[in-house]
Design a protein around this ligand. Structure first.
Ligand SMILES: Cc1ncc(COP(=O)(O)O)c(C=O)c1O
Length: 383
């Protein structure tokens, strides 16, 4: 019997991650002492400019691009907005057609919806039962007026990894700009912009142990893009506004740490995810239904449905001991299935019973064993 632990076990790392102590340590001098504006020519300004440039190189190092191709933003949502609207507006004289998928995060879908109200055409590609886009369908969706393909690298709810390399090759062959939302993949699987063949790539700080409030957008050199904001010319005028030095330093350090510890983190996330599934299956057998294909999934993500239980009831029942999220929303007693699970054609019962459990680099075996015990006991009571 594993001892009950005081704080609930956090198994929702796809929602957000804690700030890594190494990252926090790097940020402290910029909170406490180094307050200069990077645009100021005197020394306390210039040293902060150097700190921002160091961070830019650290981010670039993780995704294999040049430092000058990294632009800092406030979050992944902003990066996606800048990428999609910026490319759409800069290229609207060439065409107004955009290809995306049915399983994107709202930070992409809502941008596309907005653009469709502005006279752009959006094609939402379907996915298979595992949440995967077929590259052949991308090819078939291309029209003479297609200006952008935006398809996420890995899905936040089920963890499915998209065939980005293949789509990248198709985009290149057809000379179409290609953006991927890599908010969930950076730090968990290899993200190399050259191998992936992308022109723009979104990064979210708080998904990789940097603080909330910082993101980045990779923009391949030579890509024509319009800025959303207008101001003092920072970030080569693509994203003006005085730099968030403190958080930028944090994101830089987080990327350095992610690169340094990549293999070990990946191994450990995978081991804890597999231990979790093995534990659940050993107690519950075929009452456990895995969504997606684990061979093609983020190493830390388990989207799983338990027979005959409401995911909401389960997640809230265990929330004083284990924190997980659900694949559906529940408002005034009505359950709405997430658009991702709908696109995967999951039947209502399975979707309403789906929970997302996502492990992190600090997740321990003891935490996993405890979580299995809590889940199994809860299911006994609820079913
Ligand atoms: C794939 C993906 N894209 C974008 C976002 C948006 O991130 P943020 O809310 O930090 O802007 C998230 C957050 O969950 C995400 O998972």
């Amino acid at each position: 019997m594993v001892q009950n632990m005081k704080k609930p076990i956090y198994l929702d790392y796809n929602a957000t991650t804690p700030v890594d102590p190494e990252v926090a340590k790097e940020m402290i001098p910029y909170i406490e002492s180094f307050y200069g504006n990077p645009s100021s020519s005197y020394s306390i300004g210039q040293s902060n400019k150097e700190a921002v440039e160091k961070a830019r190189a650290q981010v670039a190092g993780l995704i294999n691009c040049q430092a000058e191709e990294i632009y800092f933003t406030s979050c992944a949502t902003e990066s996606n907005n800048l990428a999609i609207k910026g490319i759409a507006w800069a290229n609207s004289s060439k065409g107004r057609h955009i290809i995306t998928s049915a399983i994107e995060h709202p930070a992409v879908t809502e941008v596309c919806k907005h653009l469709s109200s502005q006279g752009f055409w959006i094609t939402y590609l379907p996915v298979d039962q595992y949440g995967r886009v077929d590259p052949e369908q991308v090819k078939n969706a291309i029209r003479p007026d297609t200006i952008l393909i935006t398809i996420m690298h890995a899905n936040n709810e089920v963890g499915t990894i998209q065939p980005i390399e293949e789509i990248g090759a198709i985009a290149k062959e057809n000379k179409i700009i290609f953006h991927t939302d890599a908010a969930q993949s950076v730090g968990k699987i290899e993200v190399d912009v050259e191998k992936l063949g992308v022109d723009l790539l979104t990064i979210a700080g708080h998904k990789l142990y940097a603080p909330k409030g910082i993101g980045a957008l990779y923009i391949r050199k030579g890509t024509q893009i319009e800025n959303l904001m207008h101001g003092g010319g920072q970030e080569k005028n693509i994203r003006p506004g005085t730099e968030n030095v403190i958080h930028t330093v944090g994101l830089g350090k987080a990327c350095e740490v992610a690169l340094r510890d990549f293999k070990q983190n990946q191994r450990e996330m995978l081991a804890s995810r597999d231990r979790l599934l093995d534990g659940l299956v050993s107690h519950l057998g075929n009452k456990v239904h895995v969504n997606g294909k684990l061979e093609n999934c983020l190493p830390n993500t388990l989207s799983v449905a338990f027979e005959n239980v409401s995911a909401h009831a389960l997640a809230s029942f265990i929330s004083s001991e284990v924190l997980i999220s659900t694949g559906s929303a529940c408002h005034s007693g009505e359950t709405t299935i997430s658009s991702v699970l709908q696109a995967m054609n999951l039947d209502f019962r399975t979707a309403a019973a789906t929970v997302r459990i996502s492990t992190g680099k600090h997740t321990t075996k003891e935490e996993i064993d405890f979580a299995v015990e809590v889940l199994v006991n809860a299911l006994k009571k609820l079913t």
